[in-house]
Design a protein around this ligand. Structure first.
Ligand code: UDX
Ligand code: UDX
Ligand code: ADP
Length: 465
């Protein structure tokens, strides 16, 4: 079967960029991205492509090229489902905030809603592709819903997890390490082949891996758990470095040169964030527990426990170093996004660090090159730890890096934006309260230079000290 019409439900960080690339690389396929969120779709359709809702290097150019040609953004979910041969489900699967599995399991209500909607609308056979990260065996539930509520048409379910990282989404999509397609080889080979052919328009065939459905679903959770585990492992060592005089950057380099370990994902930090790592590990822990595998669950849960510890440790260090009180002191945050080159703030360490410091009555001042004030305030409202009035009293958002640092007692670097390295740090120092403290939660600044200027400089894991 040759695919000429694709619909993607969910115009988010995964659906948007992925469909933009498919549209660019497959001019003969009409790609329609739909979402219930009217505001989001309007932003994707904004005349000025710089206003698309997601910031990713290179993405606005891609959208400018393909939009209106074979890439469309719409709120007409049913129409798009009806017209498509292949439907990607790329909706959010947040951690459950209620009921059974609260705080651990993935909330699949949006997935189920999609499945029910597809079943209700489809009048012809469809291929349904799970793009969102899902618990292992979700495809079974999706298939059950489709087969039991549909109009008697045939559905093939594929699992095609997305491995792109935010901030490098376009490059990751253009040159993936691998594309993973899980399906039922006995009854669904035709569907598997159809999706392979879509990717083969730009991905070398040897990088397109096909597996059974469950391996595909579980591989995605496993990949994220392994990556997060590396960050927690290096962060655990960063605390030991601080006690022993070892330097975490030297340690990372030394172990990363072992080809069995490899150099990536060994950067000590204030803690990992993002919509995937914590959510997927908690989900894995929950799945393991459901099968009674308590040792497996405990092993992986430790990765999240270590990450919480690292964020708390960073915050405590600020309070302790500032003579055990930050009450009434201006603390400037450089960065709010969970990593550089994205405007995404989900699970960003900055949220927890600011929460701890607000409890200590600090005045937090924030500057992030891509995150807007509304988002920062919403992130704190979502925590439900204080009233909106108290949040607005405690947090001020700036749009100038020198203003945010002016009169501050301390600067905390929460995101590794490249531009932070280029600032005139002498000028920043001159305008701060003295002693002037810097807490580099990303180890991006040169400790020697900062100390020479006069800062009392703190890096993670004793880096470059
Ligand atoms: C290890 C380190 O590799 C080496 O760098 C260090 O200098 C000494 O310790 P060694 O113990 O000789 O070397 O063997 P290694 O190949 O690391 O294997 C250790 C154990 O892990 C073995 O029992 C091996 O069978 C097991 N292993 C290794 C696995 O079960 N799975 C793997 O993927 C790799
Ligand atoms: C991750 C996976 O990398 C990606 O394959 C998957 O599809 C989605 O989840 P993402 O969350 O976008 O991607 O970003 P990633 O680069 O993995 O970073 C996650 C967090 O870990 C960030 O907060 C980052 O700053 C932190 N991190 C990463 C470190 O602290 N140190 C590192 O060495 C690497
Ligand atoms: P991700 O990072 O996984 O892409 P996002 O939250 O950025 O997650 O995007 C998911 C999108 O899916 C949101 O824009 C949300 O509005 C949309 N969505 C959720 N459920 C549905 C649904 N039933 N129909 C259409 N869109 C949906």
């Amino acid at each position: 079967m040759k695919i000429t019409s694709i619909c993607c439900i969910g115009a988010g960080y995964v659906g948007g960029p992925t469909m933009a690339i498919i549209a660019q690389k497959c001019p003969n396929i009409k790609v329609t991205v739909v979402d219930l969120n009217v505001e989001r779709i309007a932003a994707w359709n904004d005349e000025d492509v710089n206003n698309i809702p997601i910031y990713e290097p290179g993405l606005s150019d891609l959208v400018a090229e393909a939009r209106g040609r074979n890439l469309f953004f719409s709120t007409e979910v049913e129409k798009a489902i009806d017209e498509a041969q292949m439907i990607f489900i790329s909706v959010n699967t947040p951690t459950k905030t209620y009921g059974l599995g609260k705080g651990m399991a993935a909330d699949l209500k949006y997935i189920e809603l999609c499945a029910r909607q597809i079943a209700a609308v489809a009048k012809e056979n469809k291929i349904v592709v799970e793009k969102s990260t899902l618990p292992v065996r979700t495809a079974e539930a999706v298939k059950n819903i489709l087969d039991n509520t549909g109009n008697g048409v045939q559905f093939q379910i594929l699992s095609n997890p997305e491995f792109l990282a935010e901030g490098t989404a376009v490059q990751d999509l253009l040159h993936p390490d691998r594309v993973l397609i899980g399906g039922d080889a006995t009854n669904g080979q035709e569907a598997i082949d159809a999706l392979v052919e879509v990717y083969a328009n730009w991905v070398p065939k040897e990088k397109i891996l096909t597996t059974n459905l469950w391996s595909s679903e579980l591989s995605k959770l496993t990949a994220n758990a392994f990556l997060a585990q590396r960050v927690s492992s290096i962060n655990a060592m960063s605390e030991l470095c601080e006690k022993t005089g070892a330097d975490i950057n030297e340690l990372s380099k030394a172990i990363g040169m072992d080809s069995r370990i490899g150099p990536k994902f060994l950067k000590a930090s204030v803690g990992f964030g993002g919509s995937c790592f914590q959510k997927d590990i908690l989900n894995l822990v929950y799945i393991a527990k459901t099968y009674g595998l308590n040792k497996v669950a405990d092993y992986w849960e430790q990765v999240v426990i270590m990450n919480d510890h690292q964020k708390r440790r960073f915050s405590n260090n600020i309070v302790q170093t500032l003579y055990n009180t930050v009450s009434g002191k201006k603390i400037a945050f450089l960065g709010w996004a969970f990593k550089k080159d994205t405007n995404d703030t989900r699970e960003s360490a900055a949220i927890n660090v600011s929460d701890f410091l607000l409890n200590e009555q600090a005045n937090i001042a924030v500057f992030d090159p891509r995150v807007k004030e509304k988002q920062i305030i919403n992130d704190l409202i979502y925590l439900k730890s204080r009233s909106i009035e108290d949040i607005k009293k405690g947090i001020t958002v700036y749009n100038d890096p020198y203003e945010v640092c002016k009169d501050a007692h301390a600067i905390a670097i929460l995101t590794e934006w490249d531009e932070f390295k280029e600032y005139d740090w002498q000028k920043i120092y001159n305008n701060m309260q003295k002693p002037a403290f810097v807490f580099d939660g990303r180890n991006i600044l040169d400790a020697k230079k900062m100390t020479e200027i006069g800062f009392i400089f703190n890096a993670i894991g004793g880096a470059n000290e």
